[in-house]
Design a protein around this ligand. Sequence first.
Ligand code: ZN
Length: 334
Amino acid sequence: MLLTPLEARKLISFCIDERCAMLAVNVDNPSVIHDCFKAAKEMDAPIIIETSRWQLEGISFGAGDPIRGIAVCIAQINIFADSKEFREIPVLYHTDHINGPDALNILSTAVKGIPFTIDGKTVHLTPSSICVDASRLSMEENTMRTNALIETSKKHDQPLTLEMEAGIDTGYTAPEVVKKLVTEVEQKHPGYLYLFAPGLGNRHGYSLEGYPDFRPENIEKSAALLKNLTGRNIGIALHGSSGLSETQLREAVRHGLTKVNWSTNNIILRSSAAREYYSVYGEKMDPKYPGFKKMATDNGVGQYVSSKFIPAVRNLITVLNSAGKAGKFVKTLL
Ligand SMILES: [Zn+2]
């Protein structure tokens, strides 16, 4: 099931209580969406599917138009989420890094819901949760955009669940920065923030040396501060998990981590598997070989990449302690 913004809040709170983290997989084509559903189903785990601007503009989704990309992505996720096979799996669709001068317009359109008409009926496609990409914004711009999205949601009577991020790549985010960001939003519009992504000593992208400055205990401190500022539990989101070891991730979950964005390593894994596939089967992509059509199309490379990717997703779900939590969460909705 694809969760609405209000159900997304419940899942975040559930994960905080259960001391587990949701894996948030960045997807750039429909087969990644399928693989996420498959792994989540096999592990009975909730999962987050998320997209950044470059993925939404990619040829598999929006083909240059990020708003169309969001719509295509939500439609695709919805069809899978609504199918008998995957109906029991709680899935959140989240907008990750959407930057640029038109970012606010893209996100506001998503908050209002992107209209899609079929058979004379119009539905509005909206993400489960939204993040303002603050990587190139001042604190003022960050809170201004966040508040603008909340005002759009109020004006159009559309629920909204937000993740707010601080400067992720510049070390541990100082408590006074968290306080300033959250207070600016919470005082004007209480009750919309449910996730917060502070800098924790790691970075986006990949690090050969790992992240020796990563301090899981800072997660607990950030969560306590956020509870103090808002009066409710706010989940901590980790951007830049790719240089962290499994031990660091397990430790982080024990300290209250709630959402783990997984992008760089997943891209490396998928592209390496595709490269391996073509190096092994490339010669057979010739009509003189029987079965070349299967081998030369998505049925060949897609299946091969899935067979390498799904076990890695399953493993991360275990590391994040979210295996077995899907059914338990669904029962809380009844
Ligand atoms: Zn990020």
